[in-house]
Design a protein around this ligand. Structure first.
Ligand SMILES: Nc1nc2c(ncn2[C@@H]2O[C@H](COP(=O)(O)OP(=O)(O)O)[C@@H](O)[C@H]2O)c(=O)[nH]1
Ligand SMILES: [Mg+2]
Length: 212
């Protein structure tokens, strides 16, 4: 038997906008498996998606938070969809929209056989807020794998970072390595995030596995 080849980390090589849906009853733009990205409005979701997918303006960085109500699908390497969910919990959104977003999000996430996991973004300076808890308990009930990601970590100094990470880990009861610290601005943590996203698909579906 040949020894295992040294594995290079998975990379995002090719990204295409695949389509958008406005409600959870609409079909996704294909059968690929999905990893969704969720977070409060203004948590830095668009910036992080753009930074991770390596294309400026792929996901709109909004000057008017809370406006995006669609679910956008980005096809990555022709292998899976990164799914951009609407931001939730924006205090100044019109009431009927504010109430509808969580429903849209929960309908989409709740009954989705193609969903491999959800990346939940939280502003590092704000930590886990009630709307995040609602989403996280919803996902926990369904045993959906979750990656916890702090955003805008560049805004904190060293001790602030440690405090933010400790607080979130304690709040979530999450093991240390399940909470990632990221910055779209400095690109800190983005390689780890990409690796963690690929790791949601296990066993590795992107390499041919040899029968043993
Ligand atoms: N310092 C810093 N600011 C960020 C970062 N990511 C986003 N922002 C800022 O946070 C605000 C909201 O970002 P956006 O990506 O539109 O958030 P979204 O509403 O969650 O999509 C904008 O003013 C961004 O410039 C980051 O990593 N570092
Ligand atoms: Mg946005």
């Amino acid at each position: 038997m040949k020894p295992d080849p040294v594995e290079s980390p998975p990379r995002i090589k090719r990204v295409e906008f695949a389509g958008a849906i406005g409600n959870a009853n609409q079909a996704p733009p294909g059968d690929l498996r999905q990893v969704a990205v969720a977070g409060r409005s203004n948590c830095g979701k668009s910036s992080l998606i753009n930074a991770v997918l390596g294309r400026k303006k792929l996901a709109r960085v909004s000057q008017t938070p809370g406006k995006t109500r669609e679910i956008n699908f980005y096809e990555v390497n022709g292998e899976f969809f990164l799914v951009d969910l609407p931001g939730y919990g924006y205090a100044r959104a019109p009431e009927e929209l504010r109430d509808r977003w969580p429903a849209l999000i929960e309908e989409f996430l709740g009954d989705n056989a193609r969903l491999e996991g959800v990346v939940v973004l939280m502003d590092a300076r704000r930590g886990v807020l009630p709307a995040d808890r609602r989403l996280l308990s919803f996902l926990a009930e369904r045993e959906t794998p979750v990656l916890y990601v702090l955003t805008k970590i560049d805004k904190l100094n060293r001790s602030g970072r440690r405090a933010a990470l400790d607080t979130v880990r304690r709040d979530l009861g999450a093991p240390a390595d399940q909470v990632l610290a990221t910055s779209a601005r400095t690109r800190e943590g983005l390689d780890s995030l990409v690796e963690s996203i690929f790791a949601l698909f296990s066993p590795d579906p992107f390499e041919p596995t040899e029968a043993t």
